[in-house]
Ligand binder design. Sequence first.
Ligand code: 5GP
Ligand code: SF4
Ligand code: MG
Length: 465
Amino acid sequence: CGVFGVVGVTDASNFVALGLHALQHRGQEAGGIVTHDPETGFNQQRRMGLVRDNFTSASMMKRLPGSIGIGHVRYSTAGSKGQTAMRDVQPFFGEFSMGGAAIAHNGNITNALSLRRELIERGSIFQSSSDSECIIHLMARSMGRTIPDRMEEALRKVEGAFSIVAMTRTKLIGCRDPLGVRPLVLGKIGDGWALASETCALDIIGAEFVREIKPGEMVVITDKGVSSHYPFRPARSRFCIFEHVYFSRPDSIQGGRSVYETRENIGRELAKEAPVDADLVCPVPDSGTPAAIGYSLQSGIPYAMGIIRNQYMGRTFIEPTESIRNMGVRLKLNVNRALIKGKRVILVDDSVVRGTTSRKIKEMILDAGAAEVHFRIASPPTAWPCFYGVDTPQREKLLAATMSEEEMRSHLGVDSLKFISLDGLYRAVGEAGGRDPKAPAYCDACFSGEYPVAPSDMIEQGFEA
Ligand code: 5GP
Ligand code: SF4
Ligand code: MG
């Protein structure tokens, strides 16, 4: 998901809509905005579908007056799937004795089921199936005197990954979980401030990137400025390494690094680790593009657009049902036949999850008369599900969970298949010595199976890490 918030600007909703539009790659199922204006009080609008289809009209913006606002774009990783239920669309809103608060959450709470059970036993009435709603109920039960106090108390009971943007009538609040699994950045715009999942959302509104919110940090922002709090026991940061590989937009800065440059580095590493003689390096657009450029630069094999992407299709992976996902590949990608015919082609993609994309693409490219197809993947084999906010499927559906690399190669029907090593990936994100097995600098659970936060709810349901 993507989260965004702004305070201290005229017509906050315009900024929120723009910010969410820049974060649309993080979630395309639904979106919502909450603002506050002294005359109208809190205003909340939530819709299924894209930001540009819902939050651009003057009439919609008129319903969202105020100089403070937050928003959320949803990609379902917990709660209702397939068809996102309207009631699961964020931001969520709650009324407390000291006033209202709205909250938007990116990540996944790993003890949400047990929290929900407890809260329901004690009388909470849940409105949604979303893990994020626990936070509102925990806040409601807190004895804290201010909303930020209540949020601190609530979040101390929550486990897992969370980057949160919340608001009261006058305060914009941001918080990252102690490991900082999901991103959150702070920006300055005129006399106001903005919080966003990624810096690309600051760029779109012309805000200046100030800094990242630190893992375990909570910021409370008013017109008077930003105050920092550290509600949790300090921990070593474990930012999601897959944000660098796939999730973030390439023009964003994450962890002080350009996501684009990191991806290009991954491509260079791949070319060193897994060279092959061929005529062309082609990306699987768009997610494989920067890594393909890196592979080409390192290997000296020409880069070419062997697959053309229909710009009017979103991210296929994020379509929740299998049949749409299968169709999606053809609706989205097509082979540039004239270029491919008779060529030995290196195809670079960011990841193989179920193998749907790679299988379809291989078929299309052989159909077009390619002489050889070599897959190079910009992440290690995805062998474990993510429980921290990326919707990887159950373990059985992950190709790499049940097959060796050679079995995957023959299942996909390609001439060769190589993944970047975990050490190579760490080098590409700037860890010169590779991955420190005793204290890895990132979360890499989907590749290593080492979960930095025990996925308690899943373990309760029989998952074995
Ligand atoms: P597959 O087709 O193997 O199931 O999925 C891999 C494709 O999905 C890649 O092209 C990748 O760009 C895309 N993808 C989109 N979202 C995700 C995600 O959340 N996780 C992973 N690993 N891949 C994703
Ligand atoms: Fe990111 Fe993978 Fe960790 Fe999930 S399991 S947070 S996708 S590195
Ligand atoms: Mg892709």
